[in-house]
Design a protein around this ligand. Structure first.
Ligand code: LFR
Length: 488
């Protein structure tokens, strides 16, 4: 097999990267070509993504790959966070900066929509976890507030689709990212028409949904010229970052759960069919679309966001590195303070450490006084939340779960990996760190006919990356806190 090169653009809520994947036989090597900061922009009291500067950064990534590394990739593909979308006008222009999902405009949108379509009905029709920022509620809030943007929108494109569009001129809507909208029929490339119409959202702004793993177009000539690239294929991979990450879980069999650990901790299992019942509604599980006909049955847990935000606030006085924060946590008493990481107050507070302290005080636990105690509280609470979600999954499926695959940037955190193994009482297999870019790259290889199946993708991941295994230590000190937490 000749050597193949693919360029992945992986955008997260706090950073974006261009990563080159070099595939030689069954060995994949990654090279970070370009990295840049991403940040919500606060404008007129609202939060937006600057899609135009993001696009510029992606072009820089491609140009560096071609001009500095001297490598012409065979294709490019984009993955990003979920739910957000750009508005395309009748003349094909992107009409505004896309709103960012943490914008408060959707604060009451769920309750408002449930007046029109009851909550259980929305769940039955979509199988998606209720989060106020799902595209369904974003769009409904625009309908309700009489947005001036919606009437002039010809089509919406989710973030990866919008970037693909800027690269290729082709407006395609990819299944995994569309599934985060809460507007698809569960497990299908089909819009849930009645729900969309009941919400007053114009159906004609939603494009035909296509499966991941196919070429949608080629690089526009002017972009090829600007970047020095040839007119290579633009591929729709699993456009949702989490779906790309899960495609690269290095599992040999099906008996695993995964945690995709980044700004969010995404805890779930892979299933062949959506699981939708009164119980999964009550527990608020989601059924997002995966690659090759799989469903991602999972829960979004507010993950490293809590740590990132503490770090941002404390940086006004003291800048901590990530490892320093972990070392600090180790000095504090375990399981002394516990929060619910998914409490709404943590979604976008002005001051995260203060929000954590107030939660502890209001729940009668006293007041964490030091940074160490706050960080320890967040890590302990995440591990306890993982255990809770694991128990919930076990209560709704009979799937065997023998180990947890921890993937994504957060899997470098040995402390949290061990804590997770202890509290979940399962071995934790950590790696790959670059799960999302890996899934993106290997799906490009599949789209171009170099690879043929998800099994083959996962075999390459196993052979290319070294995993670290954390065995449960048997320490039971978490149990008391877990009992208090689950009987709240
Ligand atoms: C992770 C992620 C989650 C999604 C959240 C918001 O980056 O994509 O899966 O729920 O961001 O879109």
């Amino acid at each position: 097999m000749p050597t193949h090169h693919f360029l992945a653009f992986d955008l997260g809520a706090s950073s974006g990267r261009a990563i080159l994947g070099t595939l030689e036989k069954s060995n994949l090597q990654l090279t970070e070509v370009h990295r840049f900061v991403n940040q919500m922009q606060r404008i007129n009291g609202h939060y937006f993504w600057n899609i135009f500067s993001l696009f510029q950064e992606l072009k820089t990534g491609l140009s560096k790959c071609v001009r500095e590394l001297g490598i012409q990739p065979e294709s490019i593909a984009v993955d990003t966070w979920g739910v957000d979308f750009a508005h395309i006008g009748a003349d094909g222009m992107i009409l505004s900066l896309p709103y960012a999902y943490r914008d408060p405009r959707t604060n009451s949108a769920m309750d408002d929509l449930f007046q029109l379509v009851p909550k259980n009905e929305v769940y039955r029709q979509t199988g998606i976890q209720f989060m106020q920022f799902n595209s369904l509620f974003q769009l409904y809030s625009m309908v309700k507030s009489g947005s001036s943007l919606l009437p002039v929108t010809k089509q919406i494109l989710f973030t990866p689709d919008a970037l693909n569009y800027l690269f290729s001129g082709v407006a395609a809507t990819e299944f995994t990212i569309a599934s985060t909208s809460q507007m698809l029929v569960p497990g299908k490339c089909e819009w849930q028409k009645n729900l969309i119409e009941a919400a007053g959202i114009p159906l004609n702004i939603l494009g035909k949904v296509i499966l991941p793993g196919q070429q949608i177009g080629t690089l526009l000539p002017e972009i090829a010229e600007e970047t020095g690239s040839s007119q290579i294929p633009v591929v729709a991979v699993a456009g949702h970052d989490t779906a790309s990450a899960i495609a690269s879980v290095p599992a040999e069999d099906a008996n695993f759960a995964y945690i995709s650990s980044g700004t969010w901790s995404i805890f779930g299992i892979e299933t062949t069919e959506p699981i939708i019942s009164d119980k999964t509604l009550e527990l608020n599980f989601t059924n997002e679309g995966g690659v090759e006909g799989t469903t991602r049955f999972l829960k979004n847990i507010m993950g490293m966001w809590l740590i990132q935000e503490c770090r941002r606030i404390w940086a006004r006085e003291k800048e901590y590195s990530w490892p320093e924060m972990v070392e600090l946590a180790k000095t504090a008493e375990p399981f002394r303070f516990v929060i619910d990481p998914d409490d709404n107050r943590f979604l976008n507070p002005e001051n995260m450490p203060e929000a954590v302290v107030v939660f502890c005080e209001e729940t009668g636990q006293g007041k964490p006084e030091s940074h160490a105690q706050i960080i320890r509280c967040i890590y302990d609470s995440l591990a306890l939340k993982y255990r809770q979600v694991l128990d919930e999954i076990r209560s709704v499926t009979d799937k065997r779960i023998e180990r947890i695959h921890m993937i994504g940037g957060g899997c470098n955190n040995d402390f949290l990996n061990q804590l997770t193994a202890d509290v979940c009482e399962l071995p934790v297999f950590a790696g790959p760190t670059e799960a999302t870019a890996t899934g993106n790259i290997l799906m490009q290889a599949k789209a171009l006919g170099v690879l043929s199946s998800l099994n083959e993708i996962r075999k390459i991941v196993r052979e290319s990356f070294k995993l670290k295994i954390f065995q449960p230590s048997g320490d039971q000190s978490w149990r008391k806190a877990y009992q208090i937490k689950t009987s709240e």
